[in-house]
Ligand binder design. Sequence first.
Ligand code: UFG
Length: 336
Amino acid sequence: MSVLVTGGAGYIGSHTVAELVAHGESVVVLDNLRQGHRAAVLQAPLYVGDIRDTALVSEILRKHEVDTVVHFAAHSLVGESVQKPLDYYDNNVNGTAKLLSAMLENGVKRIVFSSTAAVYGEPVRTPIDEADPTVPTNPYGETKLAIERMFRWCHDAYGLQSVSLRYFNAAGAHPTLAIGEDHSPETHLVPIVLQAALGQRPHVAVFGNDYPTSDGTCIRDYIHVMDLASAHRLAVARLRSGDGGCEAFNLGSGTGYSVQQVIDVAREVTRRDIPVQQAPRRAGDPAVLVASSGRAKEVLGWQPLYNDLATIVASAWNWHQSHPNGYADRTKPEEA
Ligand code: UFG
């Protein structure tokens, strides 16, 4: 019995692989390495390939006796999704349909899915509850929501069991610093702020200071990547217990911090100068996104361990200081 992690060479995927392995799971990874890093896959065989390759997926499911899939593989850049919506529909929606076909053909009926706060669009209230309206404002969120809905129909038709985890803003690194965040290009606030602290960027562009928030900058809910990883482990356990059906959970800390607060905390943590430049609003950014994660705590038994922003930023800073060029120049483990 093992777990297939698609996209397991990516940021959240690789931390989830490490978490599952640390808890005694046998794990196998499928990743096309478009965004992921070979060196991020520790202690698990890696297949380099596409989730739309049903023959390859079937082979992996059979060879490794997979009983549950944890599915990260996707295009995940909001801005890019607006420019190339069809790529997002093909890779994310069609890719997941193909993955499900291979799973069902091989009798695998459990999937934990990497969903997003982007399924909500502009929230109707704060904090956001899972039952709140889902009205995505970009193709990325739209494709993730379409996949969640696909799970519902596959539950009714084929008995597919799914847990969709709607993440808010992931940050931080593995405590051993063996893995961390390394996107190219980097678009996320925390790594950008820390790259500025390291002098790798001249400044941080703050996208908008006229939002209806206390300091005018956007408020987000930052959650440590290891806390996301533990939620995936608990979701696998829930599916195996047979209690699940077709469920979705928010994953956030429940506390919002503004862009300005993130920069201030990063200045304290790093004791470095972080130059800032005001920039226009970024299209599609809601003013405030904060999760209500009570359901994940109650139903999954999830207990986030890294609850304050300074701890999360310090964890990310440790990684960035020790890996200023990310995974570049690292020794790569063997391909399966
Ligand atoms: N920001 C800046 N400057 C930057 C980068 C970001 O001011 O250089 C701001 C953004 O405008 C936003 C906040 O920092 O207000 C956080 O931005 P991120 O890009 O780090 O994260 P997002 O909140 O945009 O994105 C996250 C996830 C997405 C998900 C989205 C849902 O990373 O996958 O939430 O809205 F789709």
